[in-house]
Design a protein around this ligand. Structure first.
Ligand SMILES: [Zn+2]
Length: 382
């Protein structure tokens, strides 16, 4: 569990749920649409309990601490220096007694945060390291300024998501166990803690419980990490946005109106192919440029060829919604020479699509864009 309860803000029973909401400049009712229905009524069973509770690989806590710093540096270049500074100056204890709660202590301006947790090498422990790093980074940036607890937990969850993204790219074998651990955590933060929030909404005069922060922060973290948003993420770590501002962004930030799609079914390749084609069509219609004007047979033949040659990628976000796709050709004489034939990212997720592409293409590949409407026929894509 990633309880983060700084000593100085130990929940005090005379605080009510209403006080907690006011501390964040909102009314309790603002949280009413943050109760994901799929987690209500205890539907949170975890199929991966075995794998996420046992040690995975040979990663030390410091390895993960370091990877999280590198992940922040990679995802938010403007925080690069401060992320590595946080990595280096914090006092960390990773062999705390198992019964102790993981915690990061803010010691105010000019003094480095103190981190303490029990690390045993499980994927859940790794996420916990990233979580505490997120707190430490935010405390280091805040230099003693008070940050309300929902915004603190949001920064910590964001650091977990940043580690996940970094691992997907740099150490893919770690991605699946970390994702499974994150899903199991969702069941707790959105499920069990979501039930707490539900009860709190019914009784704003009830006593405040620190765990109420988790479902709100987790919900916001999911909303802001469906795609790469370095400028927004930086402001979250810097605690520059109030909760009302975050809530407003969440509503305007989710422009993707496409339906979520199920994971590919390995036993039904034809269905998968239809689904991929369908996603391309929907994305092209959203893009409202060029492709949808073509005759169906021309459009279809081009995509069928790419599907058969395995030179296509449809990128799906965490919510299962397609947000972009790409088609490319591989030079028959040089497999490292890739020509991008089409990149569609109608909701503005071009960087994210590019990252997915880079992860899929050979590391040595050199990609060129093909811009039929541009004066320059070719330009280096990255
Ligand atoms: Zn925390």
């Amino acid at each position: 569990m990633r309880d983060n309860i700084p000593i100085k803000e130990e929940p005090i029973s005379e605080y009510t749920v209403q006080d907690w909401a006011r501390l964040h400049q909102v009314d309790v009712i603002s949280f009413s649409d943050m109760l994901p229905i799929e987690y209500s009524n205890g539907h949170s069973e975890n199929k991966n309990a075995q794998s996420i509770d046992s040690k995975f690989g040979d990663y030390s806590a410091l390895d993960i601490w370091n990877m999280t710093a590198r992940g922040v540096s990679h995802s938010i270049p403007d925080l690069s220096k401060i992320a590595f500074e946080t990595r280096d100056i914090c006092q960390t204890t990773f062999d705390a007694p198992a019964a102790d709660r993981p915690m990061t202590l803010d010691r105010g301006a000019g003094r480095a945060p103190v981190v303490s947790m029990c690390y045993q090498g499980t994927p859940a422990d790794m996420l916990c390291v990233a979580h505490e790093f997120g707190h430490a980074l935010q405390y280091h940036l805040a230099q003693g300024r008070f940050v309300p607890p929902i915004l603190r937990e949001l920064a910590a969850f964001l650091a977990e998501a940043v580690l996940l993204r970094y691992v997907q790219r740099e150490d893919p074998q770690l991605a699946a166990p970390l994702k499974a651990a994150a899903r199991a955590d969702d069941a707790i933060y959105l499920g069990q803690d979501g039930d707490l929030l539900r009860a709190a909404l019914d009784d704003p005069q009830a006593a405040y419980d620190y765990r109420l922060n988790y479902p709100v922060a987790r919900h916001l973290a999911h909303a802001v990490t469906t795609r790469s948003q370095p400028a927004l993420w930086e402001r979250i770590f810097r605690a520059q946005l109030t909760l009302p501002e975050m809530l407003a962004r969440r509503q305007t930030g989710l422009a993707n109106t496409l339906p979520a799609v199920p994971d590919p079914d390995q036993e039904r390749p034809a269905i998968n192919a239809y689904r991929v084609l369908g996603m391309m069509v929907l994305l092209d219609i959203e893009t409202r440029q060029g492709e949808p004007d073509k005759a169906i047979e021309t459009y279809y033949a081009a995509r069928l060829a790419h599907l058969q040659a395995q030179t296509s990628l449809v990128a799906v976000d965490r919510a299962g919604k397609p947000f972009g796709y790409a088609l490319w050709d591989v030079d028959p004489a040089d497999p490292d020479l890739i020509t991008l034939k089409r990149q569609a990212a109608p909701f503005g997720d071009h960087l994210e699509l590019q990252e997915r592409l880079q992860a899929q293409l050979p590391a040595t590949a050199c990609a060129r864009s093909h811009h039929p409407r541009s004066a320059r026929q070719e330009q280096t894509a990255w």
